[in-house]
Ligand binder design. Structure first.
Ligand code: HAM
Length: 413
């Protein structure tokens, strides 16, 4: 029945069997890898004060100005569904002092009211990490190494890490001035909205998808040329460490990020299967003020929906991770039904996944259900089997069946 009555709202999806098996594989392997890097999980609320996001991500960023789901609660407070995970984690760290582990990971839903299109959802899921601590190129390289390790653990091939630097906040004025001077002679080659951007946020011209803009950007020196010696040295140290760790990255001067909290290193992981929304992940080093305190950290967040698209393009799908089929128990008559309940419990306690029909239905109906569960083995018991103390074990694939006693049954399952 194709009715919109039962559909989730636009840009949001139910994630259900059989697809869920791939999500679980992704999450389970991520947890394993995070444990090896000594990151622990944090779960922050999905709803936070709006000002937390506008302050941390930047008042003028697109995420804050156009994409947040914001509401007023009954007490008149402005709240927003989290559009990303970093701000909440830093709020948690700020509130918990020295006791908090400063290496944290999270898995969860994020919300951005964007125009839905391929690879862009309104509720999507991120797997992210935040390592809180003063700027240190080794820390950035370690987190990038973790990111690459994660991709390998999922079996994902063909992903590329693009790396750049935003420089220090103190460099920002010089970068903007340098870029404007370099672009100004080509201003009339830019479309009107890009000319507007030239005035409001010239950095965002660098990652524009517009061909005319890209042509101009190609003529402009890399942003690093406008940065301080300290910022350049920092990037060099990150690149050197990654080389030492044999991690391939592509330094890309046009990479800028859509959030304001970044300083120094930024990166994205891209994959050819993703089309226009080609970022599997975004990350970088950041500096966020909470109250009177400043927090430094480095982290990334991977978009799980996009990871799934890329895995599927690599031929990795949910079917490979489907749960093992259960054993199904068929009962003939009330007495067998009751005895089989005990058998069901015993098997489950021994670690066997099994299911049975809980009402006294016709054998045909029960076998139909057994088939639907995908069961490879079916145990059949009626009055005769009860009397003889045996079980009929049916092999669904071969279509054969034989009588077995309890010890053999246990061994076979
Ligand atoms: P972001 O680049 O805004 O960074 O998002 C990270 C990833 O989330 C993207 O690369 C993409 O895979 C996924 N994503 C974002 N928006 C959508 C959407 N509408 N639909 C589907 N997937 C989406 C951050 O969120 C930063 N908090 C990352 C970070 C952590 N930086 C430092 N620490």
């Amino acid at each position: 029945m194709a009715s919109t009555q039962f559909q989730p709202i636009q840009g949001m999806s139910d994630i259900a069997p059989p697809d869920i098996a791939l999500w679980q594989m992704i999450e389970n392997r991520a947890r394993e890898i995070f444990a090896r890097y000594c990151f622990e999980e944090v779960r922050t609320p999905v709803l936070e004060k709006t000002e937390l996001f506008s302050h941390s991500l930047g008042e003028t960023t697109e995420v804050v100005t156009k994409e947040m789901y914001t509401l007023e609660d009954r007490g008149g407070r402005q709240l927003s569904l989290r559009p990303e995970g970093t701000a909440g984690v830093i709020r948690y760290i700020a509130g918990s002092g020295e006791a908090a582990n400063n290496r944290l990971f999270y898995l969860g839903s994020m919300f951005r009211c964007e125009r839905p299109q391929a690879g862009r959802k309104r509720q999507f899921h991120q797997i992210g990490v935040e390592a809180i601590g003063a700027p240190n190129p080794l820390a950035d390289a370690e987190v990038i190494a973790l990111q690459v390790h994660l991709l390998a653990a999922w079996g994902l091939e063909g992903a590329k890490v693009r790396l750049n630097t935003i420089g220090l906040p103190e460099d920002r004025a010089a970068v903007i001035k340098g870029l404007r001077e370099a672009i100004r002679p080509h201003l009339n080659e830019l479309p009107e909205d890009a000319q507007q951007r030239f005035k409001t946020n010239v950095l965002r011209l660098l990652d524009s998808k517009d061909e005319a803009v890209q042509k101009v950007v190609a003529k402009v020196p890399p942003v690093i040329e406008f940065m301080s010696a300290e910022s350049r040295a920092y990037l060099d140290a990150v690149i050197k460490t990654l080389k030492q760790l044999e991690i391939d990255v592509e330094v890309d001067a046009s990479l800028v990020r859509g959030l304001d909290y970044y300083v120094h290193t930024v990166w994205e992981v891209v994959h050819g299967s993703l089309g226009a929304q080609n970022a599997l992940s975004g990350g970088g080093r950041y500096r966020i003020e909470v109250g009177k305190k400043t927090f430094d950290g480095v982290g990334f967040a991977m978009g799980v929906e996009r990871v799934i698209t890329a895995l599927e393009a690599n031929g990795i799908g949910a079917a490979q991770f489907a749960p093992a089929p259960p054993v199904f128990i068929v009962s003939l008559g009330e007495a067998a039904l009751n005895e089989n309940l005990l058998l069901l419990q015993m098997l489950r306690q021994r670690g066997v996944a099994c299911e049975m029909e809980l009402s006294d239905r016709k054998v045909k109906a029960q076998m139909k259900r057994a088939n639907k569960t995908g069961a490879k083995q079916v145990i059949i018991r009626g009055d005769t089997e009860l009397e003889k103390g045996i079980f009929v074990l049916k092999d669904m694939k071969e279509g054969t069946q034989r009588e077995v006693e309890l010890p053999e049954l246990m061994e076979l399952l």
